[in-house]
Write a protein that binds this ligand. Structure first.
Ligand code: NAG
Ligand code: NAG
Ligand code: NAG
Ligand code: NAG
Length: 291
């Protein structure tokens, strides 16, 4: 189904889906079996959820009073998304270098806007997500689509803002579904892309070719936090045919899939730290290989 509707091949979907089960066990302390009734647990901060999102606030924004436990790290936030798009200065498409610039700007803003000591850089996971955006919103009308896809900005905006597919803008699911290999290759290209200007302040190691992997939670330092319960974001109205009805969506299942991290390594489901360590080292070798 995801292949036909989203243009993402099963290999990439499974990778993402299975992570939900990993986080579920991490958060609840029990094996969540093979069925998830909701994806709220993915908002557990600093697990696969990460700071410097393209479109969401971080969990501990510094503008909050000390008494406020957390901010909304789940729902789409238009002003955060705008700080991603700002980088493009009106460009109609996003290439790998621009995506790396967006990432750097988000890191700089996020580092400034979170409570001291909270910010963690999370390049592998964010760039895996960037790979999904290149996969789904890559402009298939352009001649270089197969070799160097670029994201069509109006499609991306529509997708995130309306939480719906931009059919009315000429989009359709990619004809050849993109799998994990494409997503990993695009994320690696993004991180390896040389940028022309960098916002300040930046976390050390955030810039450069073959750059050092990001700062992820280290073994033994992970801890669980209360997951926020904010009212869901209400996307501006779009045609009913374009919207998925969450009330009738079947439950997510991942019966036949071994537990894997975003980099396709099989590890103990509860071991987030080991998952992240593997992601970090693989990202590092991917970056080195592409430079
Ligand atoms: C979502 O799923 C988790 C894990 O199964 C569960 O602990 C939580 O209560 C669920 N939340 C809602 C709103 O159903
Ligand atoms: C969106 O994020 C901005 C910047 O952190 C914040 O000021 C604003 O309150 C957020 N909007 C919503 C609806 O949460
Ligand atoms: C972060 O804050 C510092 C100090 O206020 C400021 O100089 C810098 O421009 C800010 N960076 C960004 C990206 O806003
Ligand atoms: C959201 O959908 C509406 C109605 O289809 C459309 O007019 C609007 O331009 C879309 N928003 C974005 C940001 O593309």
């Amino acid at each position: 189904m995801p292949e036909a509707l989203l243009g993402i091949a099963e290999s990439a979907i499974d990778t993402a889906l299975v992570n939900a089960f990993v986080v579920c066990k991490y958060v609840t302390g029990v094996d969540c079996g093979t069925t998830l009734t909701n994806l709220t647990i993915l908002a557990e901060p600093h697990a696969f959820e990460h700071d410097h999102s393209f479109s969401r606030e971080d969990y501990m924004m510094s503008y909050l009073p000390e008494s406020a436990a957390f901010s909304d790290n789940q729902n789409f936030n238009a002003s955060i998304f705008e700080t991603s798009l700002d980088v493009l200065e009106g460009s109609s498409h996003v290439d790998y270098e621009q995506m790396n610039q967006i990432r750097l700007q988000r890191e700089a803003l996020s580092l400034n806007a979170t409570r001291p000591g909270w910010f963690l850089e999370s390049k592998p996971i964010q760039e895996f997500e960037a790979g999904f955006i290149f996969a789904v919103m890559g402009d298939f009308n352009l001649p270089d689509y197969n070799s160097t896809p670029t994201i069509r900005v109006d499609w991306w905006k529509y997708w995130f803002t309306n939480e719906s597919f931009p059919y009315e803008l000429g989009w359709h699911p990619p004809t050849v579904p993109r799998g994990a290999a494409f997503v990993l290759s695009a994320s690696s290209e993004v991180l390896a892309a040389q940028v022309t200007s960098t916002p300040a302040p930046l976390v050390s190691g955030a810039v450069g070719m073959a750059d050092a992997p990001g700062t992820l939670n280290k073994a033994g330092e992970t801890t669980t936090y209360q997951i926020p319960t904010f009212a869901p974001y209400a996307a501006p109205g779009v045609g009913a045919a374009d919207k998925r009805d969450v009330t009738t969506t079947t439950e997510a299942t991942a019966t036949a899939v071994p537990l894997k991290n975003p980099y396709m390594q099989t590890l103990a489901p509860s071991d987030i730290a080991a998952q992240q360590a593997v992601a970090t080292s693989l990202m590092s070798s991917l970056s080195a290989a592409s430079s």
